[in-house]
Structures are given as C-alpha cells and as structure tokens.
Design a protein around this ligand. Structure first.
Ligand SMILES: [Zn+2]
Length: 384
C-alpha cells in the first residue's frame, strides 16, 4: 500500500473513534470532511460554513484530498480534545445547533466558536450571567418586525430586561410607551426562516391576556439575530432557575425555548361536523400541550387553541374519519378525541397524515405535569 492509501485508511479508522464519529459542530453522523487547521471532523454542511472562515479553517475531504503523514498526525487529537478547548465556557442556556437546525444558527455557532472564540475565555459577553445576574439576558437594539395586518416589516426598538423579566418593543417614530410587553416567563422563540421567508427569521410566541400571540422578526445581520435568540434564552434560563429552584439544569434546558412537534396545513370541520372542511395552518406544541390553528401561518393570533391532554383523561388520536363524514379536497382523515368534543382533520398526503398521528401520539402519551392541569382548565373554560 502506498502512503496515500495508508494515510487514507488511518483517517477512515480515526473518524470512527468516539467523538469523531459525529460532526464537531452539529452532531451529524459519519462526518466526511475535516478542518485540518482546527483538527476537527465535520459534516459536508458545516464544511461549507468553514470554507468561509479563511485564515482560520482550511477544509479537506477525507476521501478526495491527498493526506501526508504529518497532516494525519495533526488529526489524532480529534473532536473531543478540540471541542474541550473551543467549547470550554459555553453557558448552559446557549443554544448548540443540531444537524436539522437552520443555517444561520449553525453559521453563527461555528463563527462564535472558532472565529470570535467566544467560549474559550471566561470574559466574553455571555459569561457575566447567572447567578451574578448582569449581562447575557439584557439586550437593547433594533429588530425588523412584521406588521400585524399588512405583512410588511418595520424597524422597531426592542428591549430585553432579565431582571424585570420582560421584553418590550417600541415604535421608532412616536417615542411613546411600549407597543408590546412580552413576559419572559410566558415566551418561546423559534427560528422559522421558511415560514417567515427570511434566512434570519425568528418567531416569538407569548401569552397576551391568556391568548397566544405570535410576532415575527428578523435582523439583517446573522450575528445579531442569533445573539438576540441567546439573550432571550439567557433571560428565560434565569427565570426558570428562580421558578424551579430545585430542578437541575438538564431538566430546565429543554424548557428554555423549544421547537414544535409539527406544523403545517390540514383541513378541519366545525363542531357540528356538518360544516365544510376548511384549510388551516396548525401548530402542535409539545411542551405546552396545545394545538393552535391559524388562517394564515403568519397570523398574530390563533383562531383556536385546543388543549391536548393524556390518554387517561379522555384524549385520543385515531386514523380516519367517523362513518358518514367526508372530507373536502383532502381525504386522509384523523380524529382527535378530547373530553369536550372531537376534532376531525384531513391531510394532503400519507406522509403528512403519518407525521401528524405520530406527533399527536407523542403528546397524548406524555404524562401531565401540575402546570398542564392549569392550562387545561383555562383552555377548556374558554372553549365552552
Ligand atoms: Zn455539521
């Protein structure tokens, strides 16, 4: 075997070992690429981001590029050792993107790690946080917010104050009081580039007088929008630590911000089941156990909110529609049973139907927490 073949074999062995078998940046399985200057094994997707870090990261393919003895030796440290250095001080609230996350999250994570080296020293913008309580969860600046009615985006001044537990936004022109006050205790933030139609689009969801309200924002700069996201997470983490003082970080981290079980269009009929099926945008929130439906995916308010409880409390999901009920354009039905009424939906295709059933089953089989009972009581009262 020549050097080329021998070195390639050595690398292919190395990439199977421990932490090397997952992309150092997003956790994707079986990375095929490396950053030879940083010494990490990475996936094809992340290698594209590394290519833009000229002078910091030089990307090579394990299979396609030439490897000499010295450069193979450089890779022996591997992902675990290098991550220990570049991720030494990642604060617990900071969001580490996974393979399925959107590009801006991954891009900024990689830049924060290797270019700005935000997590090597204990002196970056993220470090002076809980328990000392000054810093990461405070932020002031502009975001472009989608207007409630017209759909165009306007520059608005936002102010996140972790101690007060609020995020407020102001209209630029009038200099008057806040146009909106969001309580950190009742908010979630999710990157939604496709839905919003902007690569840096962020959905902020919160409760406004007990009703779910969505606002859609973006910042032209990727770093700014990801910094906003992590500032919100810092403020949320601080709130959760105070609200649940005995809970561990591991229990609290999934509750800082969370993605939905599923979103998309279905058709639904009304309570008498005689109304024609109409197309609506649905969001199934696993953590809050809520099914929300909207006329338009970017509506500020849901048309309806349905609590999705546990099997033992009379909630169930089944495939198909009851006898005698026909859908409209879409024929693939599913039935959600709640103690108060049943909901009939139809899906566009088989994959959608399967995904919705799976998502509902996931929520319905999850035991209810004490807070869930409070949400259930409020929502069921409103539905009557
Ligand atoms: Zn990756």
């Amino acid at each position: 075997m020549d050097d080329w073949g021998r070195n390639k074999t050595a690398l292919l062995e190395l990439v199977k070992e421990g932490a090397n078998s997952e992309c150092a940046d997003c956790g994707a399985a079986d990375p095929d690429w490396v950053s030879c200057t940083l010494g990490v094994f990475i996936c094809l997707n992340c290698s594209g981001i590394h290519r833009d870090l000229s002078g910091i990261s030089r990307v090579k393919s394990i299979r396609l590029d030439f490897w000499d003895d010295a450069s193979v030796e450089e890779m022996r440290k591997g992902n675990q050792v290098v991550k220990k250095c570049y991720e030494a001080k990642v604060p617990p609230f900071y969001y580490k993107p996974r393979a399925a996350d959107c590009k801006v999250l991954k891009e900024q994570w990689i830049r924060a790690k290797y270019d700005r080296k935000e997590f090597i020293e204990a002196n970056s913008q993220w470090q002076e946080t809980f328990p000392s309580g000054t810093g990461a969860g405070n932020r002031v600046g502009y975001l472009w917010k989608r207007g409630k009615d017209k759909g165009s985006f306007h520059q608005r001044s936002f102010q996140l104050l972790e101690k007060e537990g609020t995020m407020q936004y102001f209209s630029k022109e009038d200099g008057k009081g806040p146009k909106g006050v969001i309580r950190v205790s009742e908010m979630n933030a999710i990157f939604q580039p496709e839905k919003i139609g902007n690569p840096n689009g962020l959905q902020i969801t919160y409760l406004e007088n007990g009703r779910t309200r969505n606002i859609f924002v973006y910042h032209k700069n990727g770093k700014d929008i990801v910094d906003w996201f992590n500032a919100i997470r810092a403020a949320r983490f601080r709130y959760l630590k105070m609200a649940f003082p005995t809970a561990s970080d591991t229990d609290l981290i999934p509750k800082i911000t969370w993605n939905y079980a599923k979103e998309g269009y279905m058709e639904k009929t009304g309570p008498t089941e005689k109304e024609p099926f109409k197309r609506r945008w649905f969001t199934l929130d696993t953590l809050d156990r809520k099914l929300l439906y909207f006329k338009d995916p970017l509506d500020a308010y849901a048309q309806g909110e349905v609590f999705v409880g546990h099997t033992e409390h009379g909630y169930n999901v089944t495939e198909g529609l009851p006898p005698g009920v026909k859908g409209n354009k879409w024929k693939l039905g599913l039935t959600i049973q709640t103690p108060d009424r049943r909901f009939l939906f139809t899906c566009e295709n088989d994959q959608d139907l399967k995904e919705w059933i799976k998502a509902f089953k996931e929520v319905i089989s999850k035991p209810m927490s004490p807070q869930d009972y409070t949400v259930e009581a409020t929502l069921r009262r409103k539905q009557r």
